[in-house]
Design a protein around this ligand. Structure first.
Ligand SMILES: Cc1cc2nc3c(=O)[nH]c(=O)nc-3n(C[C@H](O)[C@H](O)[C@H](O)COP(=O)(O)O)c2cc1C
Length: 580
């Protein structure tokens, strides 16, 4: 109780919060009985009381009952569903096939909410600088309608599977009107207890603490609470494998209809997955997503690679156009590819699948000074943590590491040398395939960088700042973020190995959630995996990066989970076990 004299009676306050919490987007379980005119009018009146820019009231409501028009609208929505489904990776496409995304013909009435951004003429107060606020105002009307409908026991489903102009044409709208919402309205048998997309596992609700910033964007914190410390809080949330789930998974492996141990490393992966999730059998690692962290390197100036730096940005465009190797392998494995610009030395045009999170336009040359500041290293780690959070909130159950950055095997070699104590010669590889002379130079460059910085492996942010890359720092954060949310992180090659060493130095238990996808031919990769005590799943002499090896290993991880879940036990199948 606030004690505020202007507050409504407590019962009204409770009712308001209840209707906000119990409002649902409904697509299933509509009853055929009509919505009476008086109820419909009350709900529309609530919509009409919405706030609007300059009181311009840009909305209109078309109450649509005609089945013929609705059938045409339904056909439009179906077409867009097909378009959407065709672009989805395997696991998502299967999940989408189970979802119902419209109830256009199942409801007794549809309501189209339009926006007239010209209403009120030139001098609408507050609209001159942002014409789009007319549509925002209309969305406020939709929300009022939605809440009132919930209070009245009416379900509302908002359908946006339309090319808006096609829909406007079918509805015969004047050209200046925009369709803001297409709503399917009717009585329901019940309201789902949570968003249907949550119940189906498609996506999750983000905690409030992730969404509230104190005074400045990025400084997260709930009112009155100490500000969240993203890195420290993430590290604090990381735990070892769940011992009970591990024990259960081991017992179950022994009970499956196969000789004990006959699935070799697959059994270990299944046990690890159970320990990560804290349940046995563990969830399948799908949907899965490859996050390709892209950044440039100042050390490129030292001639460590024959490839020009522009290739980083050009390859980002290639990933976004689905033309790279990782796209092909991810498509085969049913995983999504998204690209995170954490430090590409070029302005990248926005596009679907690109997360613009640039900390700086490439690192500085580590042989001349620190690659980046300590604050930048921490910011890049935080980009990785947030990327992991957002991708898990979007419904992903397995995170795959990817990277793109011309010269990033040089930074990887330096990181691995610092964290493992290896000599630069042992961990510096030929990257994209350099000749002996370039390799000698590269080893020398790593040696000089190490000598210059004398980085302390017990200070991982300091190491990343001195000789790391922005993508290494972000990848370390990505691993920490996944581990904090108990989601397995499947590693690609040497860049991921270097980043994992940094992640482990920040949070030793992070390795519980890491699975090494493959063994790269880069010498530093084996060194890193040995130090991390991770055993690679595949050894196919890959050295591409991008996340290609992680994507290739994904079906192996999927098979490990599926075996533990689906294979019958000796008892359940009535198969005799080995004689004692
Ligand atoms: C602008 C907007 C468009 C939406 N479009 C669709 C849609 O086309 N199909 C669908 O099934 N749900 C659609 N939804 C519903 C959301 O998926 C739903 O609001 C979200 O999952 C949260 O669930 P809840 O509304 O039950 O809390 C839309 C919601 C909004 C706000």
């Amino acid at each position: 109780m606030s004690g505020e004299p202007n507050a409504l009676p407590q019962a009204d306050i409770d009712a308001l919060y209840r209707v906000v919490a119990e409002r649902r987007d409904v697509r299933n379980g509509f009853r055929p009985d009509p919505v009476d005119d008086a109820t419909l009018t009350r709900v529309l009146a609530a919509a009409h009381q919405a706030p609007s820019v300059g009181l311009s009231q840009p909305w209109d409501f078309i109450v649509l009952r005609d089945r013929e028009i609705r059938a045409q609208v339904h056909a439009l929505a179906r077409r867009q569903q097909d378009v959407f489904a065709a672009q989805l990776p395997g696991a998502r496409a299967r999940a989408f096939g189970q979802l119902k995304v419209e109830a256009i013909l199942d409801t007794p009435v549809n309501i189209v909410v339009t926006c007239d951004a010209t209403r009120g003429g030139r001098n609408v107060l507050g609209r001159h600088a942002q014409p789009q606020v007319a549509a925002y105002s209309t969305a406020c009307a939709v929300q009022n309608l939605w809440l009132a409908a919930r209070a009245e026991g009416l379900g509302v489903g908002w359908v946006s599977f339309f090319a808006e102009r096609e829909l406007a044409a079918v509805l015969g709208l004047p050209g200046h009107l925009e369709v803001v919402a297409y709503l399917c309205v009717g009585h329901v048998t019940e309201f789902p207890p949570a968003p249907e997309l949550v119940l189906s596992g498609w996506a999750q609700r983000r905690p409030l603490a992730w969404a509230v910033h104190d005074g400045q964007w990025g400084r997260r914190g709930l009112p009155g609470q100490p500000p969240a410390r993203l890195l420290a809080d993430t590290v604090a949330a990381i735990r070892p494998l769940d011992a009970a789930a591990v024990a259960q998974a081991r017992d179950r492996q022994e009970a499956l209809t196969k000789p004990s141990g006959s699935l070799g490393q697959l059994e270990a992966v299944s046990v690890q997955l159970a320990g990560v999730a804290g349940e046995c059998p563990p969830p399948l690692p799908e949907p899965a997503v490859v996050a390709v962290f892209a950044a440039d390197h100042g050390v490129h100036a030292q001639g460590v690679t024959p490839w020009p730096q522009e290739v980083t940005a050009q390859m980002v465009a290639n990933f976004l156009a689905s033309g790279a190797v990782v796209n092909a392998i991810a498509a085969q494995a049913g995983a999504e590819v998204c690209v995170v610009d954490v430090g590409v030395a070029a302005d990248l045009p926005p596009g679907p699948g690109l997360l613009p999170r640039k900390i700086r336009a490439g690192t500085a040359d580590m042989t001349a000074g620190p690659a980046m500041s300590r604050a930048e290293a921490e910011q890049a780690v935080e980009v990785g943590i947030e990327t992991a959070r957002d991708l898990v909130a979007a419904g992903n159950r397995c995170l795959l590491t990817g990277d793109m950055g011309i010269a990033n095997t040089t930074a990887s070699a330096a990181l691995i040398a610092v964290f493992t104590g290896a000599d630069p010669e042992q961990v510096t590889g030929r990257g994209t395939g350099i000749d002996d002379e370039t390799w000698q130079r590269k080893v020398g460059v790593v040696r000089r960088a190490l000598a210059r910085h004398a980085a302390d492996p017990a200070d991982p942010l300091g190491v990343l700042a001195a000789v790391g890359g922005l993508e290494h720092a972000a990848l370390a954060g990505f691993m920490l973020g996944g581990a904090a949310l108990r989601v397995p992180v499947l590693l690609d090659g040497v860049i991921a190995g270097a980043a994992a060493l940094a992640a482990r130095a920040l949070a030793p238990d992070v390795t519980a959630c890491l699975i090494a996808g493959h063994l790269s031919t880069e010498p530093g990769a084996r060194r890193a995996l040995d130090a991390l005590r991770l055993r690679p799943l595949l050894d196919l002499e890959l050295r591409l990066g991008e996340g290609s090896g992680a994507a290739l290993a994904l079906p192996v991880v999927g098979a490990a989970a599926r075996v533990l879940r689906d294979v019958a036990t000796f008892d359940s199948a009535g198969v005799s076990g080995e004689k004692e």
